[in-house]
Design a protein around this ligand. Sequence first.
Ligand SMILES: *Cc1c(COP(=O)(O)O)cnc(C)c1O
Length: 401
Amino acid sequence: MSQDARRIETLAVHAGRTPDPATGAVMPPIYLATNYERDATGACPRGFEYAREGNPNRQMLETSLAALEGGAAAACFASGNAAAAAVFQALTPARHVVIAQDTYYGTAVLLKDIFAAWALEATFVDATDPQAIAAAMRPSTALAWVETPSNPLLSVVDIARAAEIAHAQGARLVVENTLGTPALQRPFEFGADLVVHSTTKFLGGHSDVLGGVVIAKVEDEFFQRIRRVQIVAGAVPSPFDCWLLQRSLKTLPCRVRAQSETALKVARFLAAHKRVERVLYPGLPESPGYLTAKRQMSGFGGVLSFTLKEGPAAAKALPARTRIFTHATSIGGVESLIEHRASAEGPDTRAPQNLVRLSIGLEHPDDLIGDLAQALGDAPPPAPQPVFPGGRLLRSPQASR
Ligand SMILES: *Cc1c(COP(=O)(O)O)cnc(C)c1O
């Protein structure tokens, strides 16, 4: 395990970065080459041969991500789902996984639609209850998989308890840390064996690069198999995607801390609102996950959900009424987003039909709260502001969206 004692802000800027040896460029160039010259003996002296197997931008990014999580090694993928799939593909056949029912719906789809046909059995449990994890474990269980906080229900799993239970059965614990990020939560410190991210979200942070990563606490045989899946199955990120993501990591701690602080303010505003039934956010002391989250996180993250008393129709209508929040899927960007989550997930969703999910960006908290207040009918919507001298509106209230 990496023993780098530097703080996360310092690691975010420096880990994996060396000035370009050829030119001295302070920030790395993008190495687009797919192949690398051999020496007289036929070897590739700098360690790079073919871009699916290795690329300098990907190597730098993996070094950065492993350092941020405090892990030994990382393998980057073309999407978060490709990263999750690589973990399942690395298992030997006829194994079993215990997985939190509140994981990202796409991970459940992956297990049900793809891996069930490959004899990988999955048991979905309420992972907020350690007894439920323990009861589902079998001799063939290879992994316990939890996501905390979860997307979009923000349920919190006690990582240390889940690790104890998994290890007692000889299984590994995988923690999806997409919502927490290493800026707020470091699962290896609580006993996790692998950390998985959709880097598309907070790590990328700007809604412009798709990616995923698996980070290992120890570079063991199982991680070597994940590495084989990465380079042989080949769902690798492009050099440009790696470069963009590494650029984003430098501001991760600052971004996520600000997003998390604003999310707490928005959560408090919504919790006091007469039209709101319930706010799902582990930072509220009345939230069921509050004490566990407080123990294992240094902030509660930039995503929250809430349900409306009037029901599904009101929840579906709300995203069309915001002016600063963009009505779009995904989370983790610098721009705030709003979505009726059940519509996005489809018929198998676990999200209540009256639930709205918010991803908090870097706008001023008062502007975001003001936008939600007007959308919820507390105040008339603000007059549209001309954006360009010609008077063209960036977004008019009548615009169909
Ligand atoms: C978005 C997301 C994923 C899937 O990641 P992609 O990059 O879209 O493939 C997985 N887990 C969580 C928690 C997510 O939010």
